[in-house]
Design a protein around this ligand. Structure first.
Ligand SMILES: [Zn+2]
Length: 270
């Protein structure tokens, strides 16, 4: 899941769902701050005017962003090889993430979860010999009901759903592991990181739309791809396909040949 889709719909003045309204509004405000269009309205009339200017500036900025690749600098240059060290308190785990990856961990004091995230990031980093672009922040928070994760490209934050990665996950960590369900969580974590990577090889249009170029790329193998990636959601646009293929590749290894071909064509790295 990516937050760009919802931001994009604001720029196009499309109605957006009540569920996401809060998040969208917050992101929209962040955009305005970034683009220097935030002002305090003085009256209804000037508020309307200002809103108009802000939308105009937003539209221009959106126009520029839509067609641009994003190539943000890594928060920290990663070592080619990192050794995972299991922390025995939450402070050490947070420090490990900060020192090795430059990633800010906000996991509500969940030590097992923090260690698991750190180990997952070590594996990801080592697999790419330190070339992967990591988010600035990984945090556990409330997301609308059916979402397990979300990526915000403006703040470069990976959000993990409280009802999937929260207190119950921490409490039942061993059980989840024994039942073989950790791998699903890993796919979610890597998927959201994958969204950040996609924007370094593509643009927001390709991130959220099933463009004709993308449809052509997957036309011969759409059904196989849908099955392999785990549902139609992951083949609806290039961004979702990219994020999910990246996650599968990093978590499970070699891709089937047809998927590897798609991966290469949509700018897959690693
Ligand atoms: Zn996604």
């Amino acid at each position: 899941m990516s937050e760009i889709g919802s931001i994009y719909s604001i720029y196009l003045h499309k109605p957006y769902s009540v569920n996401n309204q809060k998040t969208n509004y917050a992101d929209y405000q962040r955009c305005n701050i970034n683009f220097g269009a935030k002002q305090e309205p003085k009256s209804d009339i000037s508020a309307k005017k200002i809103a108009g200017y802000a939308l105009g500036l937003g539209a221009i900025a959106a126009g520029i962003i839509l067609l641009k690749k994003w190539n943000p600098k890594p928060v920290k240059e990663l070592a080619q090889h990192i050794d995972f060290v299991k922390a025995d308190n939450i402070e050490s785990a947070i420090k490990f993430a900060q020192e090795n990856f430059g990633v800010k961990l906000r996991v509500n004091g969940q030590l097992k979860t923090a260690n698991w995230i750190n180990e997952s990031l070590v594996n990801l980093s080592n697999k790419t010999k330190g070339k992967v672009l990591l988010p600035k922040e990984i945090k556990i928070c409330k997301l609308s009901d059916n979402l397990h994760g979300k990526y915000n490209p403006f703040t470069r934050t990976v959000k993990l759903a409280e009802n999937y990665f929260g207190k119950a996950f921490e409490r039942d960590f061993e059980k989840v592991k024994d039942m073989g369900l950790l791998s699903e969580r890993l796919i979610t974590l890597y998927h959201e990181i994958g969204h950040g990577l996609h924007l370094t090889t593509s643009n927001i249009l390709n991130e959220v739309l099933g463009t004709s170029r993308y449809k052509k790329i997957i036309s011969g193998c759409r059904d196989d791809l849908t099955q392999y990636l785990g549902g139609k959601y992951f083949t609806r646009c290039e961004g979702e396909a990219y994020a999910q293929i990246f996650a599968k590749k990093m978590a499970e290894g070699k891709l089937p040949d047809s998927v590897e071909k798609v991966w290469q064509k949509i700018g897959g790295k690693y």
